[in-house]
Write a protein that binds this ligand. Sequence first.
Ligand SMILES: [Ca+2]
Ligand SMILES: [Ca+2]
Length: 173
Amino acid sequence: MNSYGSFIFALISLKMAYVATGVILTCPDGWSAWDTSCYRFYNNPKSTWDGAQAHCNRYSVSTAHSRHVAHLVNVDSSQEQNFILSWWKTMRTNYDNEYEVVWLGLNDKSKEGRFDGTDGCPPKFTFWDVNEPNNLRGEDCASIWNTHENHDNGAWNDSPCTDQYAFICEINF
Ligand SMILES: [Ca+2]
Ligand SMILES: [Ca+2]
């Protein structure tokens, strides 16, 4: 990965509007809002899992009480999965009817077979493809892979962490 420098977004750039029922979030330029998170898709250059996570970690948003550091996306519900899939499909450019892959913030590097999110906690939701995760080639990092076989349905696979794929960063609030 190239050096991207550090991007700290000031609170004012968030343009957070408060309503009676809670917070309506408007994300920094280039980021998309859903629920209480901001997301950004990176496709060029593609990256290893560690490189992708390091790239995400360069972004943060500071609010009055805390600093929210971006990380590879943790998909916590079927609703978030549906949002991510439809949003990603609007941006990807090279789906070739074979497969396209995007890293998720989930791996079993610390203990084979036990997948943890980037927060170190077990996932609240999973959407593994048929017969996945299979650790086929010593695969420890989770991805969405859209293939002919799974009808582009956004199912998850474990892949070698050194493979280079597109990725999605998330900032939680
Ligand atoms: Ca594994
Ligand atoms: Ca696999």
